[in-house]
Design a protein around this ligand. Structure first.
Ligand SMILES: NC(=O)c1ccc[n+]([C@@H]2O[C@H](COP(=O)([O-])OP(=O)(O)OC[C@H]3O[C@@H](n4cnc5c(N)ncnc54)[C@H](O)[C@@H]3O)[C@@H](O)[C@H]2O)c1
Ligand SMILES: O=C(O)C(=O)C[C@@H](O)[C@H](O)[C@H](O)COP(=O)(O)O
Ligand SMILES: [Zn+2]
Length: 352
């Protein structure tokens, strides 16, 4: 599959781990560091190690798996390891993992000594189609999603599709939510193709298509002044539900599961506010409801959810801002939604 050129960096697909080794060898780095979590340390690191060969020249940093690690304490842990290992400004951080690793590692690297180079080797579907592309880095505070972060582009992205072979089915579904989002916001043909694909096992071609969509939008608007807000469809409500779940649930929602809920609610708002037809709403709800398990949202949590939505980064002047569909494959950014409308959309989800 073709390499995709982003703003200033390549996104490799075929032979990407060989490309990574070339990149490291030719980069003139004084030292490099590989950031993993406990699962990617087991499932993905051995391939990198076998290709790199020599055990010299790099150090490993491993963190606990899961969203709970995407916080300031783990970030300090990464910074301290870099200090202890003697990282200098010509060091490279290789983020080998899912979106938690690329967000946290990207943030740690973009702030360490005011910024060192980093690359992403995404190992989840979600990080291959979304988190590794576009330069958003970040951490959560008190489970408020990505509340601290930077826009910093990686030096390259290396997508090795076969890493997905060890990924649990629930994580495939999580990434699929962002792929479906890509179709809904920008490409009706892609949405139609996804609907008829083996969605429990998305092909490498579909991964490539999603990366093309995300990359095109983020090249146009890297700092989310305008059209990049399209990529936030489903996230105003989805992030609030995700935060609430991270705080309260023993087994929290994955990012994609929360965004799927957000996309149902925000499609309902789109039907009410931006002209999404009832047929289109029903089609979206059917696809998402068939894929994702029902999640219980209590009406008593609405105030808390609204409080989370009020912290969304798209808001201005205390008004909650959603990206809403006008049709399948098209969207409108900057739609102010009232608290009553947002609660009505949550009720719509509850009563489905
Ligand atoms: N920066 C962005 O543009 C962007 C975009 C979308 C999502 N995100 C963020 O990404 C995060 C979610 O990322 P995620 O879904 O990849 O979660 P994740 O990084 O937590 O990975 C999910 C699980 O899969 C495991 N795993 C990873 N690769 C594996 C493999 N190949 N085999 C077996 N297990 C593997 C991980 O250890 C983890 O347990 C969220 O924090 C979200 O906010 C960021
Ligand atoms: O890249 C983007 O822009 C996105 O909005 C992609 C989202 O899927 C992703 O979850 C992103 O991290 C959300 O960003 P945030 O600014 O709402 O925290
Ligand atoms: Zn997302």
């Amino acid at each position: 599959m073709d390499t995709i050129q982003s703003d200033n960096y390549p996104i490799y697909f075929d032979n990407s781990i060989d490309e990574l080794v070339n990149f490291v060898n030719k980069g003139g780095y004084s030292r490099f560091f590989i950031l993993t979590d406990e699962n990617t340390g087991i499932h993905c690191l051995p391939l990198l190690k076998s290709k790199i060969g020599s055990e010299e020249g790099y150090d490993l940093i491993e963190i606990t798996a899961g969203e709970e690690s995407k916080d300031i304490d783990f970030c300090i842990g990464v910074w301290k390891m870099l200090i202890d290992f003697g990282a200098d400004r010509k060091s490279l951080l290789i983020n080998l993992g899912g979106g938690v690793i690329s967000d946290l590692g990207g943030f740690a690297a973009s702030t360490f000594k005011r910024g060192i180079d980093f690359v992403h080797v995404p190992t989840t579907l979600l990080s291959q189609v979304d988190a590794s592309v576009g330069g958003k880095t970040g951490i959560d505070i008190d489970s408020i999603k990505n509340i601290i972060g930077t826009f910093t582009q990686p030096k390259a992205v290396f997508i090795h599709y076969d890493f997905l072979k060890t990924l649990p089915a629930r994580q495939i579904l999580s990434g699929l939510a962002e792929m479906l989002k890509h179709g809904l916001i920008q490409d009706a043909a892609y949405w139609a193709e996804l609907k008829t694909s083996d969605l429990k096992n998305p092909s490498a071609e579909l991964v490539h298509r999603s990366v093309q969509i995300k990359n095109k939008i983020t090249i146009e608007d890297p700092h989310e002044k305008g059209i990049r807000k399209a990529l936030n469809f489903g996230h105003t409500i989805g992030h609030a539900v995700e935060t609430n779940s991270l705080i309260n649930d023993a087994d929290p929602l994955s990012h994609g599961e929360a965004i799927a809920i957000g996309m149902i609610c925000e499609s309902y708002l789109a039907h009410k506010k931006t002209g999404l037809s009832l047929d289109e709403l029903n089609e979206i709800v059917k696809v998402l409801s068939d894929l994702y398990p029902r999640y219980t949202i209590q009406e008593s949590s609405f105030d808390t959810l609204l409080a989370h939505m009020l912290k969304d980064k798209k808001n201005q002047g205390g008004k909650i801002n959603c990206t809403l569909l006008t049709h399948i494959g098209q969207c409108n950014i900057d739609n102010i939604c009232t608290e009553a409308e947002l609660c009505e959309s949550l009720l719509y989800y509850i009563n489905l």
